[in-house]
Design a protein. Sequence first.
Length: 307
Amino acid sequence: MFSQDLPSFWSAWVAVITLGVIFGCLWLIYVVRRSEPYKEETEHTMGHEFDGIAEYDNPLPRWWYMKFLLTIVFGLGYLALYPGLGNFQGLLGWTSTGQYETEIATAEQQYAPIFAAFRDQSVDELIADPSAMEVAGRLFSNNCAVCHGSAGQGAYGFPNLTDADWLYGGSAEKISETLHNGRLANMPAWLTILGDQGIEETAHYVVSLSGRAHDQTLATAGQVHYATYCAACHMPDGTGNQLLGAPNLTDDVWLYKAPNLTIHESVKLTLRNGRQGVMPSQARLGDDKIHLLTAYVRRLAESGSAQ
């Protein structure tokens, strides 16, 4: 369906082309029908025969001809009632957005009591309630699993929800805050400031923070870069800052560890290009559903996997 904001010229263009095709088909059917030399069934042939098969000049069956006409009438009726001719919205005023909103409102009215039944339970009580976790699991599958995985174990660029590592905090309050408001990461690219050599040096220092093999000479030079550009967010000791969503660099959890790259190479890629991860707000789900999801995510972290 075309937007109501379609410019007038293109709206008219779409309408003319659409109606032109329909009436063109009507004209073609009419011309063919008028030019038929035989109006009823006939055994007259065109004089062509191959392998004992002759080509007959029979007219188009009347039922078939009427079916073509009914199809055209249906098409014109549809375009009169529903959108299809540029900006013309149809006599019924139907829109896909309106139908979607109506269906959502109906579903909310029908299913809201299910979620409201868990509203007054605490997160701990919900975690211990199998029926609540069953409902929450469906919510997670429909709204979160596409990024975080069906078991909540994450993927490249999407946090693992089954461990104890949290960018913004793993308390029920922080999880609820994340679900309500979303998160917008902003790790700037450092290539233009550090250059290739500076990126290499900083990467060696960063991997040294987690006790990985590194070149000490390069890491010593990288420590200066780290203190100048990185410590403000990741803290001087590299333990990160949940207020900013800055990851802890001293553990073995790497959000952007590419499957085909080493940790050192992945760190260099992050330093070179930056990261702008986005966790969209789920406020559209409403408070009751977010309350259930909060409990489910907490349960993932406590159990280590989805049940």
